[in-house]
Design a binder for this molecule. Structure first.
Ligand code: GRG
Length: 292
């Protein structure tokens, strides 16, 4: 199967599983379920759950990784809902659609984000078919990656950098946490649940650390070069918000070179797995070339 067909198939499996795990409570007709559903099924690229499933597949058991893959996508979705709020980035458009708070109001958007975070852990614990020890370890990895030592920590660095000159070390720390942590979690959890060794889990963490930085560099480049129609969100928002990005700090040409280098470094960490890692190598190149 070629890469795009396999990618599509994995996305479909993720979407089906998300549908299965996301149960609306029809008895109560609570509008929070609509708000959660709106963002969970609004056209996300599903990179993180696909990464999780693909890393599990590399070492064996991909099926058991699905509850964790979906949990991570729920956390990712919550982070985007909150990131778009007026008290954060104050964005009206995401994935070509009005943001959650524009449709459901700020209070409901906060609750929908919180509810997705809780549903993530419910899903992982309720649907896990892995051993109790593996389940515990996977949930610990996910919790840490989403928390103050991970994604939220990165967001705090971002908040505290507003209006300041950000140096290269701070910029990297911000993105290794804010974007990288939620890339490393699926890679590590995938390797763990798939049956990889401790060394394999560390290798996958290293791979995803490079991939996460590359992903953010590309995000910064697209914010300058893409269009609102293609990206589904306003372009030029970094400039508008006077944010330091890879492009503002290093310039476009150097950012492109860094994107290429980080992607190649990610691919190099997969070398020992040979052709078994073909999908992950192709995924890295796909993310390098993506236009949204
Ligand atoms: C707790 C109040 C509160 C807020 C949390 C942690 C946080 C807000 C925001 C950080 C999340 C964030 C915006 C990270 C940047 C990572 C990034 C580039 C996200 C976009 O990922 P894609 O392109 O999104 O995979 P799609 O739309 O494809 O799912």
């Amino acid at each position: 199967m070629d890469f795009l067909a396999e990618f599509e198939e994995k996305i479909n499996q993720v979407n089906q599983s998300l549908q299965k795990y996301f149960m609306k409570n029809e008895n109560y007709q609570m509008s929070i379920y609509d708000a959660m559903e709106y963002s969970l099924f609004s056209g996300g690229k599903r990179i993180r759950p696909v990464l999780c499933v693909a890393c599990a597949e590399l070492f064996g058991n991909a099926e058991d990784a699905m509850p964790f893959a979906c949990a991570i996508e729920m956390i990712h979705t919550y982070s985007l809902i909150h990131d778009d709020l007026p008290c954060m980035d104050d964005d009206d458009l995401r994935r070509g659609k009005p943001t959650n708070h524009i449709i459901y109001g700020e209070a409901m958007a906060v609750l929908a984000g919180d509810a997705l975070l809780n549903l993530a852990f419910e899903t992982a614990l309720q649907h896990s078919k892995a051993t109790p020890a593996q389940t515990l370890e996977a949930v610990k990895i996910i919790a840490e990656s989403a928390g103050t030592e991970g994604m939220i920590g990165g967001q705090v660095i971002d908040l505290e950098s507003e209006g300041k000159d950000v140096d290269a070390v701070t910029l990297m720390a911000m993105h290794v946490h804010k974007t990288g942590a939620l890339m490393m979690a699926p890679a590590k959890v995938g390797a763990l649940i798939g049956g990889g060794t401790k060394e394999d889990i560390l290798n996958m963490e290293k791979f995803a650390r490079y991939l996460g930085v590359a992903f953010q560099i590309k995000d910064d480049i697209l914010d300058v070069e893409s269009t609102t129609e293609i990206l589904g969100k306003p372009i030029g928002s970094d400039k508008l918000n006077e944010k330091t990005t890879f492009v503002t700090l290093y310039g476009m040409e150097q950012s492109r070179k860094m994107l290429e280098d980080y992607t190649q470094n990610a691919i190099a960490t997969l070398e020992e797995y040979g052709d078994r890692a073909a999908f992950l190598k192709e995924l890295s190149l796909f993310l390098l070339r993506r236009d949204r």
